[in-house]
Write a protein that binds this ligand. Structure first.
Ligand SMILES: Cc1cc2nc3c(=O)[nH]c(=O)nc-3n(C[C@H](O)[C@H](O)[C@H](O)COP(=O)(O)O)c2cc1C
Length: 182
């Protein structure tokens, strides 16, 4: 699908992996936000944007939020990757809330959102991200065990490890949706 672009921002590769898979399945153009200087909106009918979730926010979402005019009349799809399991209703709701805050109302009402599980390899984290995760761990540890959410328990269990929760099969609904567009 030549008129489809898959744009992504990925710090450690999880989002890139999904973006590559989706672009390949759709024969779409793959664009790394960190390398693209100017995005030619006129070239595409469908724009798919993917970013990891960092402290509740979608990485690089400004690409979508600040281009409402350029995206008018196009199909806009956002996919996120995160450690939290998006099949848990509360987690999906949190992502929706965050996107609601980031995106203008009109754009929000027309975007299609898909959430996937990502990964985290502690050995590859930047100094800053290591510190953030260490602070998150400490704040979870301060809570009584029965007050911790499943998500928080997961963060403690996986702390310091190389966690890959990516599953390309979960991207199929997104791919099928775009294939179904005329
Ligand atoms: C500092 C930091 C904060 C994070 N915050 C969240 C979060 O709020 N929710 C979540 O589900 N995952 C969170 N993650 C996990 C990332 O979203 C996950 O690893 C994602 O797949 C990374 O994608 P990328 O490597 O393509 O950037 C965080 C990771 C780091 C390092």
């Amino acid at each position: 699908m030549a008129n489809t672009a898959v744009v992504f921002k990925s710090n450690y590769g999880a989002t890139r992996k999904y973006a590559m898979h989706i672009a390949h399945a759709l024969e779409a153009e793959l664009l790394d936000m960190d390398r693209v200087k100017k995005f030619d909106f006129a070239k595409y009918d469908t724009v798919i944007y993917g970013g990891g979730i960092y402290a509740g926010k979608v990485n690089g979402i400004k690409f979508i939020s600040s281009n409402a005019e350029n995206l008018a009349g196009k199909t806009v799809i956002i996919f996120t990757t995160g450690l939290a399991d998006p099949t848990v209703a509360k987690n999906a709701k949190d992502i929706l809330k965050s996107l609601n805050k980031s995106l203008p109302k009109e754009l929000m009402s027309k975007v299609h959102i898909y959430n996937f599980q990502g990964g985290l390899d502690y050995s590859k984290l930047s100094f800053l991200h290591k510190r953030v995760m260490s602070m998150v761990k400490k704040s979870i540890e301060k809570k009584c065990e029965d007050e911790r959410t499943d998500n928080e328990k997961g963060i403690l269990e996986s702390y310091g490890k190389n966690l890959d929760l990516t599953d390309m099969a979960t991207a199929s609904p997104l791919i099928d949706y775009v294939k179904g567009l005329k």
